[in-house]
Design a binder for this molecule. Structure first.
Ligand SMILES: Cc1cc2nc3c(=O)[nH]c(=O)nc-3n(C[C@H](O)[C@H](O)[C@H](O)COP(=O)(O)OP(=O)(O)OC[C@H]3O[C@@H](n4cnc5c(N)ncnc54)[C@H](O)[C@@H]3O)c2cc1C
Length: 426
């Protein structure tokens, strides 16, 4: 084991004085899991290293980024097998060379955590969540037992179905995932409409977007002002014509930009809309992912609420944003995953930021996040648990809102397969 700091995109995780790094999974490691030899629990796992919980003070991190980056393409099935050091941009670029794609998210830097915690892509309305596209999972339960599980069908046992459901959406609590096999899709052009919009325009577009076809999604981010992005995949002439209709009905603002990319692998993400291009090079942050049902008829009220919360935010780097769900994320739900809020139409998320080691700013940001959650909760009853927060005051509430009635069974799976709580608590 190497003792050092972890060099990761998440600055907070990077600054922790950690116990050490394990970057190779061998028989000794598995023996140590079985014999419960790790004195400081939980073990942390780093794949993309974009969340604040890929490391923790004085804890060991399993870092997959150096030795587990293999990507294999199964040509005749058009499936891909990836190891947990693979970032989504690496997967996207690799698949592009095969004329294929995968529903990756708004950032190419994310790793396995993106896939295992659900994976909401701008193309999810057409292709489903990332977890809906997993075909096979290999890994090691927290208790040290290796597993290989294939996506269940009608012949699968009850136990296999439960294990699969736990792993797809709640894997970080249960297992160290060492490989997944994924479906892939034809690579298509993606048109991006991007503009600064007013709060009224935002509410109006939210209502309209709920009626868009599944190949289109609306995303927005709000800090000093609001940036909206319509992301539309076009695979044929009909969709091209419909894309033009969608774009025609969107506001024509002075900074309006329409661009076209070939698949999501070159998508640049959503930039934080702040005036004067003020940038701080390093800041810490936490993210709370909410889930709302259709906002039809409620969008103006919700946007007004958000406007007030944005006014109250403790600093410019705190923001609220959202991605659109619906289409395949609702219709293809086979009750096979731990992402139970399948009726959700939007994922608004709250980002709290603060200067490193500024406790006052941190406390303000955390309190602001909790307040915003409380205000939005009547419209956003669900949680997308894309980040682990066992170090934050709302962990228990967040877990409850994420898994609801499924939580008792999930806890049973945890107590069977990670009985010594080697992985984060549930
Ligand atoms: C800029 C940005 C944009 C984002 N956009 C989206 C988006 O569009 N859609 C979306 O759904 N999410 C999005 N996210 C959220 C992101 O997907 C989650 O935070 C995810 O958990 C990050 O995974 P990671 O591997 O990059 O990070 P890490 O910090 O390395 O891992 C995150 C968590 O996943 C667990 N984990 C990682 N690898 C494994 C493994 N092999 N086995 C078991 N557990 C593991 C770890 O325990 C860790 O707690 C975004 C995040 C960022 C920073």
């Amino acid at each position: 084991m190497i003792k050092k700091l972890l060099n990761v995109p998440n600055t907070q995780a990077e600054d922790y004085d950690i116990e050490g790094i394990i970057d190779y999974i061998d028989d000794d490691f598995i023996e140590n899991l079985k014999k419960d030899k790790f004195c400081k629990k939980p073990l942390m796992i780093c794949s993309g290293g974009t969340s604040s919980r890929c490391a923790a003070k004085e804890h060991i991190t399993i870092d997959f980024r150096k030795n587990y980056t293999e990507i294999d393409y199964i040509d005749f099935k058009k499936e891909v097998v990836i190891e947990p050091g693979t970032r989504m941009q690496d997967l996207g670029k690799f698949l592009k060379s095969k004329n294929r794609s995968f529903p990756t998210g708004l950032s190419g830097l994310t790793g396995f955590g993106y896939i295992l915690t659900g994976g909401i892509s701008p193309t999810s309305r057409k292709y489903g969540l990332a977890i809906d596209n997993i075909l096979e999972i290999n890994g090691i339960w927290g208790g040290g037992e290796k597993f290989n599980i294939i996506k269940p069908d009608q012949n699968s046992s009850k136990l296999e179905k439960k294990q699969w459901k736990g792993l797809c959406g709640a894997a970080p609590f249960l297992a160290i995932v060492t490989q997944v096999k994924l479906k892939t899709y034809e690579l298509n052009s993606i048109y991006i409409w991007e503009a600064s919009i007013s709060s009224n325009q935002l509410a109006e577009i939210i209502e309209k977007a709920e009626l868009w076809p599944d190949n289109a999604s609306f995303n927005w981010i709000w800090s000093d002002y609001i940036k909206g992005l319509a992301i539309i995949e076009v695979s044929n002439k009909e969709e091209l014509e419909y894309m033009k209709i969608i774009v025609k009905e969107l506001p024509k603002t002075s900074d309006l930009k329409i661009s076209k990319i070939n698949g999501l692998s070159t998508f640049k993400g959503m930039e934080l809309p702040i005036s004067n291009n003020q940038v701080i090079s390093r800041y810490y942050s936490e993210v709370l992912g909410l889930l709302s049902n259709s906002l039809k008829g409620h969008s103006y009220v919700l946007v007004q609420m958000i406007e007030e919360e944005i006014r109250n935010r403790p600093n410019k780097f705190c923001y609220i944003a959202a991605q659109q769900l619906g289409g395949s994320t609702i219709n293809n739900a086979e009750n096979l995953t731990s992402f139970i809020h399948r009726e959700s139409a939007w994922k608004p998320w709250i980002n709290g930021s603060w200067e490193p080691n500024n406790k006052r700013e941190r406390d303000q940001a955390i309190i602001w996040m909790e307040n915003v959650w409380e205000k939005l909760e009547p419209y956003c009853p669900g949680i997308h648990l894309a980040q682990l927060h066992n170090h934050l005051p709302w962990h228990a509430k967040e877990i409850n809102c994420a898994f609801k009635n499924w939580l008792p069974e999930l806890r049973q799976i945890k107590s069977t397969f990670d009985p010594k709580e080697i992985l984060p608590p549930l």
